[in-house]
Design a protein around this ligand. Structure first.
Ligand code: SF4
Length: 506
């Protein structure tokens, strides 16, 4: 690989655009050109969001934090190996799964002038960006942070899937990157493509496509912030409809003089954005007043907008863990990286398993990974292999439903190394033998246990929605909160025992 060709390094404010060009490295390596452009984000709703990307990296306490968008959670075996190599050779080795089914790499080198303690300051990690671009994981420098697209992980494969939305994910991604105006979307804006199973519809994304009936030609509902204003997209107009909603969001946001990051933050957001979207895309049909279950909801009424957990945390639903049969006779294997973190070796083991199937894995919004299309004769072998690598494949494992914030050393505010404390208390996630149970998909936690979330301070970043056992570091141990009660414990071992008992008892 040839060395970098640096054309410009320095700081160049561009007042007319609101952009500050902090450092521009244009490289020509393996045909890849990278232009690092950073905007002048401010924390809070007073300015643009500060979501990290592969180009715009956060300066965290443990180094640069880069996020790689993988629309639909789809990563090829080769891409997974590229991320593993970058994490090992450039970063600390930690690869995190996010609640939008993206990947994060921690501990990247920071420039010497990166502000101390400025966790949200945009900085550059051009070596990392070049590698991601070469792996095909950075198709657009301008739109990289807005490619937030989740999709049902088993679309087109599971018996519950009413529509194979995989082609729509690729089409939406291409069309999104081709519209310059949509580079202005907040990094928090989320597209969801549900296959009719209702799994990603439950995330209440800013706009969710959900089929009305079975079949790839069926009409689809467009849900806005989890609500159904009656917007329908006929076959062939799905992508245009989704993008019309995104453009309508930006227009309504401007009309309200708002800096909202999410559609639900706008006044009367779903109804107003739906009305604008119909004007932007005439193929959309708007039928106000339809009942929420008009499209055959299988998981209950789609309710009003509610808070959605930060991407660095975990959603409140446990993804599939274990082996499940696909409708074509092949098998899908779901695994859980403890606390949503992969080591490079685990990522490589997953890539190896993927090569034994369709050559890809699907990262889920529940911070699990699905290896699809495995021949039935090999599924058990891969399950054993991934369990030996330290990934959870046992649906009864206590690791299911257990989440944590970054903690120390990744966050300067943390009063404890929560990941190390949990691992010390729970031990090795590798099962001693029996991982033969069927796959589990639970709305709350393994075996009906409610989730538990450990946090290094009172901010409780990444706390799942709904009923949760809260575990908060105090500087002298942890405090466990559940059901209105609270108890303090001096060490992680006692805390972990109390958490397990509380999860079972509630
Ligand atoms: S909860 Fe506190 S310690 Fe944990 S990541 Fe958030 S700010 Fe940091």
């Amino acid at each position: 690989m040839a060395g970098p060709r640096r054309f410009y390094t320095g700081f160049l404010p561009l007042p007319s655009s609101g952009i500050t060009l902090c450092q521009a490295d244009i490289r020509q390596e393996t045909g890849v050109s990278i232009l690092c452009v950073f905007n002048g984000d401010l924390p809070g709703r007073s300015g643009p969001d500060a979501c990290p990307g592969a180009l715009q990296v956060h300066a965290a306490a443990d180094g640069g934090l880069a996020r790689v968008r993988i629309p639909g959670g789809a990563v090829t075996a080769g891409q997974l190996r590229a991320v593993a190599a970058a994490a090992r050779e450039l970063g600390s080795g930690a690869i995190e799964l996010t609640s939008r089914a993206n990947l994060q790499v921690r501990g990247l080198p920071l420039p010497p002038d990166a502000c101390e303690g400025a966790e949200r300051a945009p900085v550059g990690a051009p070596d990392f960006a070049v590698r991601m671009a070469a792996a095909g994981l950075l198709p657009s420098a301008t739109h990289e942070r807005v490619r937030n697209i989740v999709a049902s992980p088993l679309a087109g494969r599971s018996a519950a899937s009413r529509r194979d939305v995989r082609p729509l994910v690729a089409e939406l991604d291409r069309a999104l990157c081709a519209r310059p105006g949509l580079a202005d979307l907040p990094g928090r804006f989320l597209f969801a493509l549900d296959d009719g199973s209702g799994d990603v519809a439950a995330l209440e994304a800013d706009v969710t496509l959900r089929p009305v009936a079975a079949g790839d030609e069926s009409e689809a509902a467009l849900l806005l912030a989890g609500a159904d204003p009656g917007l329908r997209a006929p076959s062939g107009a799905e992508t245009a409809g989704l993008l019309a909603v995104a453009e309508a969001f930006l227009a309504e946001r401007a009309a309200q003089g708002s800096r909202a990051w999410r559609l639900r933050e706008l006044a009367d957001g779903p109804a107003r954005v739906a009305a604008r979207a119909v004007r932007l895309e005439p193929r959309l049909r708007w039928s106000p007043g339809l009942p929420p279950d008009a499209y055959g909801d299988e998981t209950g009424t789609v309710g009003a907008a509610s808070a959605y957990s930060d991407e660095t945390g975990a959603a409140g639903v446990v993804g599939m863990v274990g082996v499940v049969g696909q409708r074509d006779g092949r098998m899908a294997l779901g695994v859980l990286p403890p606390l949503g973190r992969l080591t490079p070796a685990q990522a490589e083991a997953l890539a190896e398993a993927a090569a034994g199937g369709a050559g890809e894995v699907r990262v889920t919004p529940w911070r699990t990974v699905v290896v699809p299309d495995l021949p039935p004769a090999n599924a058990g072998r891969w399950r054993t292999r991934l369990a030996e690598a330290g990934l959870v494949t046992d649906p009864a494992s206590p690791w299911l439903g257990l989440t944590a914030c970054a903690g120390r050393p990744g966050c300067a505010k943390s009063l404890a190394d929560v990941h190390a404390d949990i691992r010390a208390a729970l031990g090795d996630p590798r099962p001693d033998a029996d991982v033969s149970g069927d796959a589990v998909r639970s709305p709350s936690g393994a075996g009906g246990r409610i989730p538990a979330h450990w946090a290094g301070c009172e901010r409780r970043c990444g706390r799942p929605r709904g009923r949760v056992v809260d575990v908060v570091a105090t500087g002298h141990g942890y405090r466990v909160e559940a059901g209105g009660g609270s108890r303090a414990f001096p060490d992680a071992e006692q805390t972990s025992a109390a958490v397990a008992a509380t999860r079972e008892g509630l």
